[in-house]
Design a protein around this ligand. Structure first.
Ligand SMILES: C[S@@+](CC[C@H](N)C(=O)[O-])C[C@H]1O[C@@H](n2cnc3c(N)ncnc32)[C@H](O)[C@@H]1O
Length: 229
C-alpha cells in the first residue's frame, strides 16, 4: 500500500492519538472483510483500511464526492467517485457490495445528522451478520464555547449525531450493540447481529415540543411550591 499523504507506521503507532487506532484494533482478528468507507479526503483512514485489507485478505471500497483516486495505491482498494447516499446507483456499479455484503462500514463524510441517518438506513440492509459500523464525530467537546475549535454549528450537530447513534441503537436493541468513544471528536461503534437483508427499525421519540416542556416544568414548580414541608 502506498499512501500519498501519510506514513502508515506513524498512523498505527500507539502514540497516535487518533480514534482510528480503535478501529484498526477492532479489525485485527477479522479476515476476508469487505470494507465500505464513506469519506476519503486526503486518505488518512483510507490508508489504514487499505493497509489492513492487504494484510487480511480483505478489500476496501471508498466513496467520496470529490476525486480522491490518487490518495492510495493498492490492489486491495477501489475508489468510488460518487455521493455516498446514492446507494442503488453504487450497488448497480459495484454488485459485489450486495453479493458478498459489507463487513465494515465507516461513516465519515458529510457531518450532518440527516446525512449520517440516511447513510446508516440505506446501507444497513447490505451489512453482513456481525458487521461493524463506525460513525465518526459524536463528541462535541472541542467545539464548545472557548474551546480550540469553538463552533456553535458543529457543537449542535455533533450532539445530534451522538443522540442519533443512541436513538438508533435503542430502537434496534435486539439487533445492535453500541459503544461510544469520547475524546477528540469521538467515535461510535455499532455491532449488527442480524443477517444481510434485515431492515432497521425507525426511531420513535417522544414529542418534546417547547410548549409541552414549559407545561411540564410549570406543573413540577407548582407541585414543589405547594408541597407540605
Ligand atoms: C472528514 S473528510 C473524510 C476524512 C477521511 N475519512 C479521513 O480519515 O481522512 C469528509 C469527506 O467527505 C466527503 N463528502 C462530503 N459529502 C459527501 C457525500 N455526500 N458523499 C461522499 N463524500 C462526501 C468530502 O469530500 C470529504 O473528502
Amino acid at each position: 500500500m502506498k499512501s500519498k499523504n501519510f506514513d502508515i507506521n506513524e498512523l498505527l503507532s500507539e502514540t497516535g492519538s487518533s480514534l482510528l487506532t480503535i478501529i484498526y484494533k477492532s479489525l485485527l482478528k477479522r479476515k476476508k472483510q469487505i470494507i465500505l468507507e464513506c469519506g476519503v479526503n486526503k486518505g488518512y483512514s483510507t490508508s489504514i483500511f487499505s493497509y489492513y485489507a492487504e494484510n487480511s485478505d480483505s478489500y476496501c471500497f471508498s466513496i467520496d464526492i470529490n476525486d480522491c483516486k490518487d490518495v492510495v495505491t493498492s490492489e486491495r482498494w477501489t475508489f468510488i467517485h460518487s455521493d455516498d447516499s446514492k446507494v442503488s446507483e453504487i450497488i448497480q456499479d459495484y454488485p459485489v457490495l450486495e453479493d458478498k455484503g459489507i463487513d465494515i462500514l465507516f461513516i465519515d463524510s458529510f457531518h450532518h445528522v440527516d446525512h449520517v441517518k440516511k447513510l446508516l438506513y440505506r446501507w444497513y440492509p447490505y451489512l453482513n451478520k456481525d458487521s461493524l459500523i463506525f460513525i465518526d464525530d459524536i463528541d462535541a467537546r472541542s467545539y464548545r464555547k472557548g474551546k480550540e475549535k469553538d463552533s456553535y454549528y458543529n457543537e449542535l450537530n455533533w450532539e445530534k449525531i451522538n443522540r442519533f447513534t443512541r436513538d438508533f441503537s435503542e430502537n434496534n436493541a435486539s439487533d445492535t450493540t453500541l459503544t461510544q468513544y469520547f475524546g477528540k471528536t469521538g467515535l461510535a461503534k455499532i455491532v449488527k447481529k442480524s443477517n444481510k437483508g434485515s431492515l432497521p427499525n425507525p426511531i420513535v421519540n417522544r414529542n418534546r415540543s417547547l410548549l409541552l416542556q414549559i407545561i411540564v416544568l410549570t406543573i413540577i414548580k407548582l407541585k414543589n411550591l405547594f408541597r407540605v414541608k
